[in-house]
Ligand binder design. Sequence first.
Ligand code: FE2
Ligand code: FE2
Length: 496
Amino acid sequence: MFNSSELAKQFDRGEEVAISFQYVNKEIEIDVNSLLSKVLSRLDKGYLYDTLVSVFRELIQNGIKANMKRVWFEAGNLDINDMGDYRKGMEKFREVAYHPEVMRDQLRDSRYRVTLKMRNREGGLDVSVVNNARVLPGELERIRYRMRKALEWNNFVEAYENMYDATEGAGLGIILSVMLLKNAGLDAEVFNVIPDEGSMTISLRIPPELKSIEITSSIKSQILEDVNSLPTFPENVLELRQLCDNPETTIDTISEKISLDPALAADVLKLSNSAGFISGKRITKISQAVMIIGLKNLNSMLTAAALRKIMDKRYRKFEQIWEHCNRTAYYARQIAMEVGYGKVVDIAYIAGLLHDIGKIVLLSTDARLLNQISDIVNDRKIRTSSIIEEISIGISHSAIGALIADKWNFPEELVEAVRYHHAPLAPNIRHREVVMVVYLANQLCILESKEMDPLFIESEVLDKLSITSRTAFEKFVTRLQNRYDMHEQFLLKYMP
Ligand SMILES: [Fe+2]
Ligand SMILES: [Fe+2]
C-alpha cells in the first residue's frame, strides 16, 4: 500500500505526511500503526502508541462509516439531504454499518476517501483526519454533542452505560478517543472539528509536553483502601529470600531457618517430592530437600507460595490468572537468559509471578465492571486493557499490582516491572531491561492464548533487546512453549 519508512523520512524533513484509503482492512491497519510507531519514536513519545492506535482507529472508522453512508444512499437513489429519504435510508444502513466488509467493493469504486495527515510542528504532533464528503448538519451536531459529553463524564463506564443504545453507534468512538487522550495528559478540548464545502476535518494537536489528569471513580478509592489494608509480606520469607540471594549462605543455614516454621518446612518437603524434581527416593530431610530444589528455585517458590497464600485468603482463587502468571514468570526468566540480561533473570521471574495480581484485586472488587471493560477491549480491539481500566476506574491492574509490590517492600525494579508490564516505552523508566523482558513474556502468553497478531509486539522493544532475527526468535519461543508444557508447570501444581 504505502511505504512507512519513506513516509517517516518525509516526516523527519518536517513535511506533512498524508495517506488516503477508501476502506480499512488488516494490512492497512498494520501499515498505519507502523507509520505511527515510527513517527512517535522520532518525537520520543512511544508511550502514546496504544492510546493513539485506538484514537486513529476510531477516527478513521468514523470517516469510513460516513463515506459508506453516502455510497449506500447513492446506490439506493436516495437523497441524503432529504428528511424522508434520510430516515428511510438509515433504517437499513444501521445494519450494514456493522459489517463494512460487505460494502468494500462499492467503497473502492466510489469517489470517497479518508485521508490521515501528520506533521511534526515544534516537537509536537499535528494530526488530522479528512473526509472528502460534506458533513450533514445533524451529523455535525452529534459529533459536537459527543465531544462535549465526553468532557462531562468522570469515567468511560459512565459514558458507556449512557451512550450504548444511542443511535448511530459511532458516537462511542469519539467519546472513547476524547477520554483516552485526556487520560494521556492532553488538554480537555483536544479535537477541532472543521466542516467545509466538500469535506470534513477532525484535527488534533499533541503538544511536546503533556500533563496528566486524574480520573476518579468510587471503586478506585475502595481499591486503594483495600490494598492499604493487605497484610505485610511474611517476615520469615523475606529473610529467607535474602539468605538465598547471599552467595555465602550455606544449605545448613537455610535448612535451619526453614525448620523453624513447620508449615514452610512441609511445603518445601512436598515440593522436593513433586514430579518436577525426580530424585528416585523419598525426601524426608529439609537439607536434602533444599539441595534438590536448589537455592534459586527455593527463592521463587517461597515467594510464590507466600504470595498465593495472602491473595487466596483475601480474594477468590483465580486459577487462570495464576496459571498465566506462572507461565509469564517462566518465559521472563528464559528470555532474560536468551538476550543476555543475566542480572535480571531472578527478578524477571518474580516480576512475572506478580505482574497481574492487580487483576485479582479488580475482579474481586467488581467483577461486573471488569467484564464490561473486557467487552470494550474486545469490541473495539484495544491492544491493552490497562488504558481502558485507567479511563474507567482511574487505576489499572498494573498500577494496583505495583502498589502491592511496593507495600510488600519488594525492590524498585520489581515494582517497575509490574507497573509498566503493558507500557515498556513509558518515559522515566529506570529499570527498562526487566520491564521489557516481563512485557515480552506477558505478550507471548497473550499471543498464545488469543492467537493475536505477532505484529502486536512492540518492534522497538525487540530492537532494544537485540532480537534481530524474527525466525530465530520464533524458534526460541516454540522451544520455550514446549519446555514449559512438559516440565515447568510443577511449581504451580505443587504449590501449597
Ligand atoms: Fe497485565
Ligand atoms: Fe499478564
